[in-house]
Write a protein of this length. Structure first.
Length: 309
């Protein structure tokens, strides 16, 4: 039998060994736990970094929002109308400036066109064209270049005018106006050509009353502005049938009204002819009034045609 003291010593030794072994296991587990926590933190950091990089790569770039296109059917305010009018007027001035530069460059050719109607009278009566001062040639060239520039760029200027009023027209009015535009250009050219044929006739008739020993001083500025005024007046007057057709299409004019107001029309035509012609004789006035009266009659016929359609 073993002695009780020995048994207690063995138990004590066993407890000491167990405690020492437990102490060793506790320290090693703490180290393992610290390593696991550190590894978990590292994994979390790597995962967050990878997620951030993936998000940056996959995230689409922010696109700028485009403004929606303007709705052409939307009604414009008064301020917007003024802004559009201002922009179109600026473009018209730019067109006129470019045309004036071309007119300055082609001054000699334009000069030949200007004196073409009076050339027969100049050759028959030895009538030169004279300037009133040494400063007038430069001023005349500037003025003629500006007028020629407006005439050269007239199609673009006409486009700006039509584009400004275009949104206010109804669909059937737009189709009708598009049909009239080519005819408007042709009628304008026809009016100017008619004026070029009428001016030589009027000039030769007036010079028939020139005494033998007298000579006419035909001032360039007066003559040129007279020719330009008559040619432009005839060009715009030849638009009368087209204007009445458009007004009839819009329901603003009828053939019955034009026929009933023929007396007023004759007075208005004679008044315009008297203002446009540079002389006070009735012959020149009638030479200019006769084509306009014919155009008024043609307007009545075309308005009747529009009404029947």
């Amino acid at each position: 039998m073993s002695h009780p003291g020995e048994f207690q010593g063995e138990c004590k030794g066993f407890n000491d060994a167990g405690s020492s072994s437990n102490g060793g296991n506790g320290s090693s587990s703490e180290v393992l736990m610290e390593k696991d926590v550190h590894a978990a933190e590292m994994n979390e950091q790597q995962l967050a970094t990878a997620t951030e990089v993936t998000t940056q790569v996959r995230q689409p770039k922010k696109r700028k929002r485009r403004r929606p296109p303007p709705n052409p059917m939307k009604e414009m305010t008064f301020i917007e109308h003024l802004a559009e009018l201002r922009a179109r007027l600026i473009r018209c001035f730019i067109y006129a400036a470019i045309g004036s530069a071309v007119g300055w460059w082609q001054y000699e050719r334009i000069w030949e066109i200007i004196i073409f109607p009076i050339r027969p009278a100049m050759e028959k009566y030895a009538m030169p064209l004279v300037f009133s001062s040494i400063f007038e040639p430069l001023l005349f060239r500037l003025q003629l270049s500006i007028v020629a520039g407006i005439a050269i760029m007239a199609p673009l200027i006409l486009y700006e005018v039509v584009a400004f009023v275009w949104p206010g027209l109804l669909p059937h009015e737009k189709r009708f106006a598009a049909m009239l535009m080519p005819a408007s250009i042709l009628f304008f050219i026809g009016g100017m050509v008619t004026a070029y044929f009428l001016i030589p006739i009027a000039a030769l008739f007036m010079l028939r009353f020139l005494p033998k020993d007298a000579q006419v001083l035909n001032f360039v500025r007066l003559y040129a502005w007279s020719v330009a005024k008559i040619a432009l007046a005839m060009g715009f007057t030849f638009q009368m049938p087209l204007v009445f057709m458009m007004l009839a299409k819009m329901g603003l004019v009828s053939s019955r009204a034009l026929i009933s107001k023929w007396r007023h029309a004759i007075i208005a035509i004679l008044t315009v002819s008297a203002v446009v012609t540079p002389t006070i004789d009735p012959l020149n006035m009638m030479l200019l009034a006769a084509p306009i009266l014919f155009l008024y009659l043609l307007s009545i016929i075309l308005v009747l045609w529009v009404e029947r359609r």
